[in-house]
Design a protein around this ligand. Sequence first.
Ligand SMILES: Nc1ncnc2c1ncn2[C@@H]1O[C@H](COP(=O)(O)OP(=O)(O)OP(=O)(O)O)[C@@H](O)[C@H]1O
Ligand code: SF4
Ligand SMILES: [Mg+2]
Length: 321
Amino acid sequence: MAAIIEARSLQKYFIESTGRIADLFFRRKKILKAVDSVDLTVNRNETVGVVGESGCGKSTLGRTMIRLYEPDGGRIIFKYDDITHLKGDELKKYRRFMQIVFQNPYSSLNPRQKIKDIIKRPLDLHGFDDSMKLVYEALDNVGLPKDYAERYPHQLSGGERQRAALARAIALRPELVVADEVTSSVDVSIQAQILRLLKKLQEELKLSYLFISHDLSVVRTISQRIAVMYLGKVVEEAATDELFANPLHPYTAALFASIPDIDTPWEPQLLKGEASSLYSVVKGCRFQPRCPYAKQICSEEEPPFKEYGKNHKAACWLYER
Ligand SMILES: Nc1ncnc2c1ncn2[C@@H]1O[C@H](COP(=O)(O)OP(=O)(O)OP(=O)(O)O)[C@@H](O)[C@H]1O
Ligand code: SF4
Ligand SMILES: [Mg+2]
């Protein structure tokens, strides 16, 4: 399968002042490794889910992969092109093909603009001539009536706003859409509609998705493959069915054990300990402070992220012989 986008050892760090006077004096800063050497590929026409607890770096990974954030290390390959350090017009050529839809359609749509202007703006920025025609096409694609073009965001329901946000993203005919918690702010019945719409758009427009969510059952419904993130790192990645049938990493197993009605051999006994923070990731395996299976090497060396089954990768010393 051909890749649409690849992150190779991708890093994104945030640097913050500690706020302490002594640290200011010595210019000491805290480094938060939000994305810490991540390898992840999304293939054409595929949906890759990214799951993990709040703050583990999912959104930062998505944004860095499509170059909304400047990476601090590693590489990003879009199709066959290295886009890691592109700037200005060079980067703009790729922006069109990599779009993002955010969790909150209340804040991501400008309340002072009509829906038609919200969808049309990026089309104009990218120099499309027939932009109004494309606006109507996009509305039609997401199942919103033509006259919604004249409405303001506050005249739409939550689900309709999320459709409008999707229309803005797909109007540009992207190849990759990062869907960041797109179903988190709507209720369950609307969630199902949005998921069906995403699948329909994927088929019709040949889209690839990086689907970020902390909701495992939603990710399971839509993704062919899932990457599990823990404190800035992907700790496991496999095809969806394989991952649910055979979770290798104790953190993945703990996540699954936390969802009701999932047939898993693991007991919901994990995640008791204190997680280390992104500021102070422990030596060795970052899950070690919470892992009941930890052995000596776990606190000494970071486990390699390796294939332990067909297309099934994990970072855990339990599987290393
Ligand atoms: N622009 C930023 N500047 C500084 N720190 C940031 C920035 N964006 C994210 N962070 C920090 O990076 C870490 C990862 O954040 P991120 O938003 O990627 O997590 P997430 O997995 O998407 O969480 P959630 O599930 O809550 O959306 C967090 O500690 C967050 O505070
Ligand atoms: S490497 Fe060790 S501490 Fe980390 S998840 Fe595996 S067993 Fe647990
Ligand atoms: Mg997020």
